[in-house]
Ligand binder design. Structure first.
Ligand code: NDP
Ligand code: HEM
Length: 486
């Protein structure tokens, strides 16, 4: 009697039914496998292609979907539709990450955390690809690959190298601000729920009148800051390497949705000329007393991914993704990132990475890019008009056209093309000092201990060079680290 089918019939990728998924096709019971066992070949070949390159940085990550709700009117600064109505909600995706660790790294390691947000707005995707710190280690993008090499593994020992890290940092005084944050309590958050996010760079806003403002984005955790000491982190990692995934996924699964208050700092365009610091320098913050936080809305993460690979591993964030009303700034680091991310995505995910469901805008997309590897969506422009002749631009067949209403006001820039020394005339010490002075005595003492622990095995000359930099921030800073080293 024919067995009643309980499940759909398993098939090859070409849709042909499979009769036996347990036994390979062989010549005789113990014999060699036949080459015609396509089913086996397809299975092994597919498995060999299950992994894609991990992100060159920020490989280990945790993500979820949610919403941004606008609670205040900031349309005086930006005409972006996403900010146009109080009460408006926009769907979004967040991915948090560590910078240096590989895909299988332990979550509770001391590192800067990535804080990448993708807002699916009605005018296209807007990505804020920030970190949990408002500043960065370097201010010139030419140094980024060098810096990352010091964070990844040594080419011979294949071990992480504290010597490389401190050698580079001690030769790069602009890193002091970020090092002080990294080595402070906030260097190991308990999970992404308990940390702030920052766009870090200066971006720009423009409003309906065509006025430009410089802007910084801040996302402040509503859960409060919770951090781990080195000893606590060691205990966590001893038990689980996946503490962030467990915490974030678990909280959302229980309906305990994490939230962040979104703020901006806004600077009128012409203030640049009167500031004592470069507002486009990624190693500096804008003091809150000069540029107070202005509330914008609330980010809430309320939906776990259903397929980690498809929705988080294949997520592609890029600082180049801005929408009308939000623009760039002269920040050199931002300028380099505008190129670097989409280039990385084309390598990691392929030409049509933006057509993947998690990256696809939720508004109509009409471009004239054609064909390419794995194109599964045809000609967008032709789809819109229903006219197969509208596959180039300009055309006479009703294809999508440009629209001057979205024109960005001119960005004022000037100067001779040159390689300007970014270390000349820059104050790398005042802002780390302001931070150091904010710390309580206990926080300072943990800072000293964390630095001393991170310097284990580093040659004395490099340590001395770094101590000389700490001395310039604050004599107590250098003294404290020196004592902790003993
Ligand atoms: P404020 O006193 O107005 O702000 C101090 C800021 O420091 C708060 O945002 C606070 O974050 C943050 N903070 C506290 N502890 C740490 C830590 N361990 N690591 C990182 N941030 C921390 O001062 P100013 O605006 O004048 O800035 C003084 C210093 O504060 C800066 O030099 C900078 O190092 C740091 N800072 C400044 C920020 C800014 O945008 N102005 C943003 C973040 C840090 P929270 O409110 O979440 O507790
Ligand atoms: C990831 C380059 C500085 C935040 C990446 C990736 C590249 C890159 C190539 C991998 C992208 C991918 O494969 O999907 C650079 C360069 C920088 C720079 C060239 C400097 C010149 C920064 C800064 C920040 C930052 C300053 C934060 C303020 C992130 C985040 C991710 C990331 C959050 C992970 C995004 C995700 O979750 O997919 N970076 N980066 N980077 N970078 Fe940077």
């Amino acid at each position: 009697m024919k067995k009643e089918l309980q499940c759909p019939v398993m098939t090859t990728t070409a849709g042909a039914p499979i009769a036996d998924n347990q036994n390979s096709l062989t010549a005789g019971a113990n014999g060699p496998v036949l080459m015609q066992d396509w089913q086996l070949i397809e299975k092994l070949a597919h498995q060999n292609r299950e992994r894609i390159p991990e992100r060159v940085v920020h490989a280990k990550g945790w993500g979820a979907f949610g919403t941004l709700t606008i609670t205040e009117d900031i349309s005086q600064y930006s005409c972006a539709k996403v900010f146009s109505k109080v009460g408006q909600q926009v769907d979004m995706l967040a991915r948090f990450s560590t910078v240096a660790g590989e895909l299988g790294a332990a979550d509770a390691e001391r590192d800067v955390r990535g804080f990448a947000l993708k807002f699916y707005t009605e005018e296209g995707n807007w990505d804020v690809v920030g970190n949990n710190t408002p500043v960065f280690f370097i201010r010139d993008p030419l140094k980024f690959p060098d810096f990352i090499h010091t964070q990844k593994r040594h080419p011979v020992t294949h071990l992480r190298s504290a010597t490389a890290a401190w050698d580079f940092w001690s030769l790069s005084p602009e890193s002091l601000h970020q090092i002080t944050i990294l080595m402070s309590d906030r260097g190991i958050p308990v999970s992404p729920r308990f940390m702030n996010g920052y766009g870090s760079h200066t971006y720009s806003f423009w409003n309906a009148k065509g006025e430009r403002f410089w802007v910084k984005f801040h996302f402040k955790t509503q859960q409060g800051h919770k951090t781990l000491t080195n000893t606590e982190a060691e205990a966590v990692i001893g038990k689980t390497r996946e503490s962030y995934q467990e915490d974030l996924f678990g909280a959302i699964a229980e309906g305990n949705y994490p939230k962040w208050n979104m703020f901006v700092q806004v600077m009128p365009e012409m203030d640049v000329e009167k500031l004592s610091y470069n507002p486009f320098d990624l190693t500096k913050v804008w003091p809150h007393s000069e540029y107070p936080l202005i509330k914008v809305g609330v980010v809430e993460l309320n939906k776990n991914p259903q397929n980690y690979f498809a929705q988080i591993e294949q997520a592609a964030f890029s600082p180049s993704n801005v929408v009308p009303g939000i623009g760039f700034s002269p920040d050199k680091m931002l300028q380099a990132r505008i190129f670097s991310y989409a280039d990385a995505h084309r390598y990691r995910l392929g030409t049509h990475y933006e057509a993947l469901p998690v990256n696809a805008p939720k508004c109509p997309v009409h471009h004239y890019h054609a064909d390419g590897s794995m194109n599964f969506f045809g000609h967008k422009a032709a789809e819109l008009t229903g006219n197969e002749n509208a596959y180039y631009e300009p055309n006479s067949f009703g294809g999508a056209t440009e629209s001057a209403q979205f024109k960005e006001p001119p960005l004022k820039i000037s100067g001779d093309a040159d390689r300007y020394n970014h270390r000349e005339g820059n104050d790398d010490f005042t802002q780390p000092r302001a931070l150091f002075e904010l710390f309580s005595q206990e926080e300072k003492s943990r800072l000293f201990q964390n630095i001393a622990a991170a310097m284990h095995g580093v040659p004395d000359n490099i340590i001395e060079r770094q101590l000389a930099l700490f001395e310039k921030v604050h004599p107590e800073y250098a003294k404290g680290v020196r004592a902790a080293l003993k």
